[in-house]
Design a protein around this ligand. Structure first.
Ligand SMILES: Cc1cc2nc3c(=O)[nH]c(=O)nc-3n(C[C@H](O)[C@H](O)[C@H](O)COP(=O)(O)O)c2cc1C
Length: 326
């Protein structure tokens, strides 16, 4: 089981954790177009999971066999809640637990989580240990990994990354920007290449996953050839192309009609899985992916954004398809 990361093909492809986007529904939609080798859940607060408000965050841990293998991503700095969350999550059938040490969100950082941990290595080490202990207490050995950035306000890669490699991690994902940079500057892939070389020099077995600005599987292959990473994580690329994980020699290019068909499946699955439990407005985030690349798409998208229910959007899709524009 602990061999999970090392048993994957090279380069393996990972769908990034995307909070508010990549829930069980969207992950199943991605899997139905072109399946990545590994999925991540959205990040989940360990404090929240261990509080009376657990229900609000526990949806993040819903998954189906279509989304396997899947890693549960958690965040937090409190060893007690990290221990408890890891213990429970290890019993839920996940293939690993990842702790977020890169999120630039102000609220997360104010709680000492995400990228704030980069400036507090002792807290980070205690968090990793708490998760390891939680996994051990569950008696279901699964791997532990970290997803991080180069630094917080400025790059501290020279000290932070060797420190992480000393923590006995099974995998490490580097999003090659600082937290302050958000995603506004190009990812510094040469830093990811340096991390691979450092890992080799330190003779540790941590699997390295590079992340930042990768569009699709063929772009990932280029990054693999240039930087020698074990795996590549793709986030926003999936918003440009639901078939981003297609590894075939002639990757599928979705027609406007196919995109609308995927959209219809997405809306129906969302309704089936979440009913009224999740707000319909969440679905609107996806409409710019799907209503695209045909004459008049902008106007149809405006109309899609003005809908207020799944029934309304399904009726609009029916009208659009009947109009035979696409
Ligand atoms: C909408 C959105 C939500 C995100 N949520 C998470 C998250 O829950 N956990 C995490 O580690 N990173 C999160 N990220 C960061 C991505 O996982 C990824 O590191 C980042 O987008 C860079 O990769 P890309 O250039 O391929 O998009 C999020 C990014 C976006 C755009």
């Amino acid at each position: 089981m602990m061999e999970f990361w090392r048993s994957l093909p090279k380069p393996f492809l990972v769908l990034a954790p995307l909070e508010g986007v990549a829930d069980t529904v969207f992950r199943r939609i991605v899997a139905s177009c072109a399946k990545p080798d590994v999925f991540f859940t959205e990040f989940t607060s360990a404090d929240g999971f261990c509080s009376p408000g657990r229900r609000a965050v526990a949806d993040n841990f819903v998954y189906t066999p279509e989304e396997k293998p899947i890693i549960a991503q958690i965040w937090g700095k409190n060893p007690e809640t990290l221990f408890q969350t890891a213990k429970e999550v290890a019993g839920m059938g996940f293939d690993g637990i990842d702790i977020n040490m890169g999120c630039p969100d102000k609220t997360v950082m104010l709680h000492g989580g995400g990228a704030a941990m980069i400036d507090s290595p002792d807290v980070a080490a205690a968090a990793i240990q708490a998760i390891k202990d939680g996994i051990a207490a569950a008696g279901k050995p699964i791997p532990i990994s970290v997803k991080t950035r180069l630094g917080n306000k400025k790059s501290v890669a020279d000290t932070w990354l060797p420190f992480l490699l000393e923590q006995g991690l099974d995998a490490l994902t580097l999003h090659a920007r600082t937290a302050k940079e958000l995603s506004k500057v190009p990812a510094r892939w040469e830093e990811i290449g340096k991390l691979v070389a450092l890992r080799d020099r330190m003779k540790v077995h941590t699997v390295i996953i590079g992340n930042g600005d990768v569009k699709d599987a063929s772009d990932a292959r280029e990054k693999y050839n240039m930087y020698g990473v074990d795996g590549i994580m793709i986030g926003r690329g999936i918003f440009q192309n639901p078939w981003a994980f297609d590894t075939s020699d002639t990757p599928h290019v979705g027609t406007p009609r196919e995109l609308l068909d995927v959209m219809e499946r997405h809306v129906r699955l969302f309704t089936q899985v979440w009913g009224n439990h999740k707000n319909y407005a969440i679905l609107k985030k996806f409409y710019k992916i799907y209503v695209n690349n045909f004459h008049g798409a902008t106007d149809w998208r405006v109309r899609a954004m003005a809908t207020n229910s799944a029934d309304e959007i399904l009726a609009l899709l029916k009208e659009l398809k009947a109009a035979q524009i696409v």
